[in-house]
Ligand binder design. Sequence first.
Ligand code: SF4
Length: 172
Amino acid sequence: MKNRASSHLLIIFIIIGLEIVGYLGVHRAAALRGYETSVIGGVRDLLMFIPLIILVLWLSRSKHFIGNWVLFTTAILLFSFGMPDVPVDTHVYRVGTRLGLFRPKASFEEAHDEMLRLVGDDADEAYEVHVGLIRHGRRTCTARNPDCDNCPLLSLCPYGKARQRAKLGTRN
Ligand code: SF4
Protein backbone atom coordinates (compact mmCIF):
# COMPACT_ATOMS: atom_id res chain seq x y z
CA MET A 1 0.00 0.00 0.00
CA LYS A 2 1.30 3.47 -0.88
CA ASN A 3 1.91 5.85 1.99
CA ARG A 4 -0.60 8.39 0.66
CA ALA A 5 -3.73 9.99 2.05
CA SER A 6 -5.76 8.77 -0.94
CA SER A 7 -4.84 5.12 -0.25
CA HIS A 8 -6.01 5.48 3.30
CA LEU A 9 -9.20 7.29 2.38
CA LEU A 10 -9.89 4.44 -0.02
CA ILE A 11 -9.53 1.94 2.83
CA ILE A 12 -11.94 3.94 4.99
CA PHE A 13 -14.50 3.94 2.16
CA ILE A 14 -14.05 0.19 1.62
CA ILE A 15 -14.64 -0.38 5.34
CA ILE A 16 -17.74 1.83 5.22
CA GLY A 17 -18.98 -0.21 2.24
CA LEU A 18 -18.41 -3.46 4.12
CA GLU A 19 -20.21 -2.04 7.17
CA ILE A 20 -23.21 -1.11 5.03
CA VAL A 21 -23.31 -4.59 3.49
CA GLY A 22 -23.05 -6.06 7.01
CA TYR A 23 -25.91 -3.91 8.29
CA LEU A 24 -28.10 -4.80 5.32
CA GLY A 25 -27.38 -8.49 5.94
CA VAL A 26 -28.31 -8.19 9.63
CA HIS A 27 -31.40 -6.14 8.75
CA ARG A 28 -32.57 -8.76 6.24
CA ALA A 29 -31.89 -11.67 8.57
CA ALA A 30 -33.77 -9.90 11.37
CA ALA A 31 -36.71 -9.09 9.08
CA LEU A 32 -36.99 -12.77 8.09
CA ARG A 33 -37.32 -13.65 11.78
CA GLY A 34 -39.86 -10.92 12.47
CA TYR A 35 -37.49 -8.52 14.24
CA GLU A 36 -36.68 -4.93 13.46
CA THR A 37 -33.14 -3.61 13.49
CA SER A 38 -32.28 -0.11 14.68
CA VAL A 39 -31.75 2.10 11.64
CA ILE A 40 -30.71 4.91 13.98
CA GLY A 41 -27.96 2.74 15.46
CA GLY A 42 -26.70 1.81 11.99
CA VAL A 43 -26.67 5.42 10.78
CA ARG A 44 -24.99 6.54 14.01
CA ASP A 45 -22.21 3.96 13.53
CA LEU A 46 -21.66 5.05 9.93
CA LEU A 47 -21.61 8.73 10.90
CA MET A 48 -18.73 7.95 13.23
CA PHE A 49 -16.54 7.57 10.14
CA ILE A 50 -17.07 11.21 9.19
CA PRO A 51 -14.54 12.62 11.71
CA LEU A 52 -11.96 10.15 10.35
CA ILE A 53 -12.56 11.34 6.79
CA ILE A 54 -12.46 15.00 7.84
CA LEU A 55 -9.23 14.33 9.74
CA VAL A 56 -7.55 12.84 6.67
CA LEU A 57 -8.69 15.71 4.45
CA TRP A 58 -7.70 18.33 7.00
CA LEU A 59 -4.25 16.81 7.56
CA SER A 60 -3.51 16.32 3.87
CA ARG A 61 -5.05 19.52 2.45
CA SER A 62 -4.67 22.12 5.17
CA LYS A 63 -1.63 20.84 7.01
CA HIS A 64 0.11 19.23 4.01
CA PHE A 65 0.86 16.27 6.23
CA ILE A 66 3.56 14.08 4.67
CA GLY A 67 4.09 11.84 7.65
CA ASN A 68 3.16 8.28 8.37
CA TRP A 69 -0.29 7.51 6.95
CA VAL A 70 0.32 3.81 7.53
CA LEU A 71 0.30 4.53 11.27
CA PHE A 72 -2.98 6.41 10.91
CA THR A 73 -4.70 3.60 9.06
CA THR A 74 -3.29 0.71 11.07
CA ALA A 75 -4.37 2.44 14.29
CA ILE A 76 -7.93 2.63 12.95
CA LEU A 77 -7.84 -1.01 11.84
CA LEU A 78 -6.53 -2.24 15.18
CA PHE A 79 -8.37 -0.04 17.67
CA SER A 80 -11.65 0.59 15.87
CA PHE A 81 -12.13 -2.69 14.02
CA GLY A 82 -10.11 -5.15 16.07
CA MET A 83 -8.19 -6.26 13.01
CA PRO A 84 -4.73 -7.77 13.40
CA ASP A 85 -2.47 -4.84 12.64
CA VAL A 86 0.45 -3.20 14.42
CA PRO A 87 0.68 0.58 14.30
CA VAL A 88 4.38 1.48 14.29
CA ASP A 89 4.85 4.79 16.08
CA THR A 90 8.19 6.19 17.27
CA HIS A 91 8.23 4.02 20.44
CA VAL A 92 7.45 0.80 18.57
CA TYR A 93 9.97 1.73 15.90
CA ARG A 94 12.75 2.56 18.36
CA VAL A 95 12.27 -0.47 20.63
CA GLY A 96 11.75 -2.81 17.66
CA THR A 97 14.92 -1.55 15.98
CA ARG A 98 16.96 -1.96 19.16
CA LEU A 99 15.62 -5.47 19.65
CA GLY A 100 16.51 -6.29 16.05
CA LEU A 101 12.93 -6.98 14.98
CA PHE A 102 13.62 -5.13 11.73
CA ARG A 103 16.74 -3.89 10.05
CA PRO A 104 18.34 -0.61 11.13
CA LYS A 105 17.07 2.38 9.14
CA ALA A 106 14.10 0.41 7.82
CA SER A 107 11.30 2.71 6.72
CA PHE A 108 8.18 2.89 8.90
CA GLU A 109 6.29 0.98 6.19
CA GLU A 110 8.89 -1.79 6.14
CA ALA A 111 8.86 -1.96 9.95
CA HIS A 112 5.07 -2.17 9.88
CA ASP A 113 5.13 -5.03 7.35
CA GLU A 114 7.68 -6.90 9.43
CA MET A 115 5.65 -6.45 12.63
CA LEU A 116 2.58 -7.68 10.81
CA ARG A 117 4.48 -10.75 9.64
CA LEU A 118 5.60 -11.41 13.22
CA VAL A 119 2.13 -11.22 14.81
CA GLY A 120 0.34 -13.06 12.01
CA ASP A 121 -3.45 -12.80 12.02
CA ASP A 122 -4.01 -12.68 15.75
CA ALA A 123 -5.62 -9.31 16.64
CA ASP A 124 -5.18 -9.83 20.40
CA GLU A 125 -1.49 -10.50 19.96
CA ALA A 126 -1.13 -7.49 17.66
CA TYR A 127 -2.74 -5.32 20.34
CA GLU A 128 -0.55 -6.74 23.11
CA VAL A 129 2.62 -6.30 21.05
CA HIS A 130 1.72 -2.73 20.11
CA VAL A 131 0.76 -1.64 23.63
CA GLY A 132 3.63 -3.59 25.23
CA LEU A 133 6.28 -2.00 23.01
CA ILE A 134 4.88 1.49 23.60
CA ARG A 135 4.81 0.93 27.35
CA HIS A 136 8.35 -0.45 27.28
CA GLY A 137 9.51 2.48 25.15
CA ARG A 138 8.02 5.00 27.58
CA ARG A 139 9.12 3.41 30.83
CA THR A 140 12.38 1.58 30.16
CA CYS A 141 13.69 1.80 26.60
CA THR A 142 13.52 5.57 26.37
CA ALA A 143 15.00 7.41 23.42
CA ARG A 144 17.92 9.09 25.18
CA ASN A 145 18.70 6.91 28.14
CA PRO A 146 17.38 3.34 27.97
CA ASP A 147 17.55 1.57 31.32
CA CYS A 148 19.25 -1.56 29.99
CA ASP A 149 20.50 -2.55 33.46
CA ASN A 150 16.93 -3.17 34.59
CA CYS A 151 15.46 -4.32 31.31
CA PRO A 152 13.96 -7.85 31.25
CA LEU A 153 14.69 -8.02 27.51
CA LEU A 154 18.42 -7.40 27.81
CA SER A 155 19.41 -11.00 27.02
CA LEU A 156 17.46 -10.74 23.73
CA CYS A 157 18.57 -7.26 22.76
CA PRO A 158 21.61 -6.70 20.51
CA TYR A 159 21.56 -2.95 21.12
CA GLY A 160 21.35 -3.32 24.90
CA LYS A 161 24.13 -5.91 24.95
CA ALA A 162 26.37 -3.66 22.87
CA ARG A 163 25.70 -0.81 25.29
CA GLN A 164 26.57 -2.99 28.25
CA ARG A 165 29.80 -4.13 26.57
CA ALA A 166 30.73 -0.53 25.80
CA LYS A 167 30.01 0.43 29.41
CA LEU A 168 32.22 -2.38 30.73
CA GLY A 169 34.93 -1.39 28.23
CA THR A 170 35.01 2.19 29.47
CA ARG A 171 35.22 0.99 33.09
CA ASN A 172 38.28 -1.20 32.40
S1 SF4 B 1 18.05 -3.85 26.69
FE1 SF4 B 1 18.10 -1.61 26.61
S2 SF4 B 1 17.96 -1.09 24.45
FE2 SF4 B 1 17.32 -3.24 24.67
S3 SF4 B 1 15.10 -3.16 24.89
FE3 SF4 B 1 15.96 -3.14 26.94
S4 SF4 B 1 16.15 -0.96 27.49
FE4 SF4 B 1 15.89 -1.10 25.28
